[in-house]
Design a protein around this ligand. Structure first.
Ligand SMILES: [Zn+2]
Length: 416
């Protein structure tokens, strides 16, 4: 993004939500130069230079906000309801093509940075490189490559089964060699057939080795953790972000543990609760029921899902009440959650107790901090990369206005 991003651009909007904690400001302008934000000012204060090389875009009454940051996606997955066990058989070529589609959908919906939390073999690294070379459009991708998982553990088929302290150290080093920006580790089982979500996967010794290897090389660690024991292990090992955080006991029941929640809050670890992904599956089943097409076993799945959606919401509100830093990450691509609907996750976090401003912050500024990118993106401030989103309406009042996308800029280049 060189020649074009050197150009100077002025974006005028009716409302600016900069992600810095204040109320939206009216009649604002942002000056973009060389792909970065050069100046943020009131339109009235801006002396429009006569320079004919300056492009002025006036979006009238629309709202400008930082590009969204989705800290949990799976670009190789179609988000159509297929399981990871099913998608596995598509092979890498199809996984990459899915990735191309996912990246475009995410970008057009206003997501300018996304973390990919696990795909097959080196496919996500290839996708990231294809976007960097401008072969295909897409957000800035922060990639883990394959999740590190025990033999037969959650997502083992993606390619990084590793066991024992030496084995996991080797896996982390290999992933970083291949291009991993962060390490994703399955600290408990999950929905992959045969894995055990109610049990911790790695021993504490193995998990500590993973975190130590990653941190030694400047990489953050995100831990998928369904089981209560695996959440505790993440805290003991120094995992930076806890994903899902279900508090599932060995008997399969989910019981919130306030002591562990307090520890999460004290340590300042991020929690990415992934609320909407279960709801998306539920909505799909409800649509099927309305059409009278629901099979008997799907009827059972629907009522189990409805219960789990409520329980997840309840756990998330308790985490928020305990002062845990809860972060926006959709898990889209997984299950029946398609790309391009990140606002659904932010809405779900509001249903769990966040204010509209908190939800927006969790999908912009806080997400940038959690990914270690706050010096570059996440807010609208001079010096930051010009990753910007323009929407109709005012998402600081109605989060659904995030879906009324007018324009998206990545590093100052208009991509929608
Ligand atoms: Zn996921």
């Amino acid at each position: 993004m060189d020649a074009m991003s050197q150009a100077k651009l002025i974006i005028k909007v009716g409302r600016l939500w900069d992600g810095l904690g204040g109320l939206p400001q009216e009649a604002m302008a942002v000056v973009v130069e060389g792909g970065r934000i050069a100046l943020v000012a009131r339109q009235a204060e801006l002396s429009l230079s006569e320079d004919p090389g300056v492009e002025v875009l006036d979006f009238g009454d629309a709202t400008l906000l930082p590009g969204l940051i989705d800290c949990h996606t799976h670009t190789n997955m179609p988000g159509t309801g297929l399981s990871v066990d099913q998608v596995h058989w598509d092979g890498d070529d199809i996984h990459l093509l899915e990735g191309v589609k996912s990246a475009r959908m995410a970008l057009e919906s206003g997501v300018t940075t996304m973390r990919d939390n696990g795909g097959w073999n080196n496919v996500v690294f290839s996708l990231k490189e294809g976007i960097r070379r401008e072969i295909v459009p897409g957000p800035r991708i922060v990639a883990s490559g394959n999740p590190v998982t025990i033999t037969g553990g959650h997502c083992w088929m993606m390619g990084s089964e590793a066991d024992g302290v030496d084995g996991v150290r080797g896996a982390v080093r290999r992933l970083i060699k291949d291009g991993a920006d962060f390490i994703k580790v399955m600290t408990s089982g999950g929905s992959t057939r045969g894995s055990m979500p109610e049990r911790a996967a790695y021993t504490l010794e193995e998990l500590k080795a993973i975190v130590e290897e990653a941190h030694l090389r400047g990489r953050l660690v995100a831990g998928h953790a369904i089981a209560t024991q695996s959440i505790a292990n993440c805290l003991d090992a120094g995992v930076d972000m806890i994903i899902h955080c279900n508090f599932m006991e060995p008997d399969g029941a989910e019981r919130f543990d306030p002591k562990i929640a307090e520890r999460i809050a004290d340590l300042g670890s991020w929690v990415n609760p992934t609320l909407h992904v279960r709801k998306a599956a539920t909505l799909k089943l409800e649509e099927k029921r309305e059409r009278g097409e629901l099979a008997v076993e799907e009827e059972k799945a629907l009522s189990a899902n409805l219960e789990r959606v409520d329980r997840r919401k309840e756990v998330c509100s308790q985490l928020i009440s305990c002062g845990v830093r809860v972060i926006g990450g959709s898990d889209c691509g997984w299950g029946a959650y398609p790309f391009g609907q990140f606002h659904q996750e932010l809405r779900a976090m509001m249903e769990a107790g966040m204010s509209t401003a908190q939800a927006l912050t969790s999908g912009t500024r806080d997400a940038a901090e959690a990914l270690g990118l706050l010096d570059r993106v996440g807010t609208i401030e001079a010096g930051k990369e010009a990753d910007l989103l323009v929407v109709n309406g005012d998402p600081s009042r109605d989060i659904d206005d995030l879906s009324r996308v007018v324009a998206v800029f990545r590093e100052g280049i208009r991509v929608k």
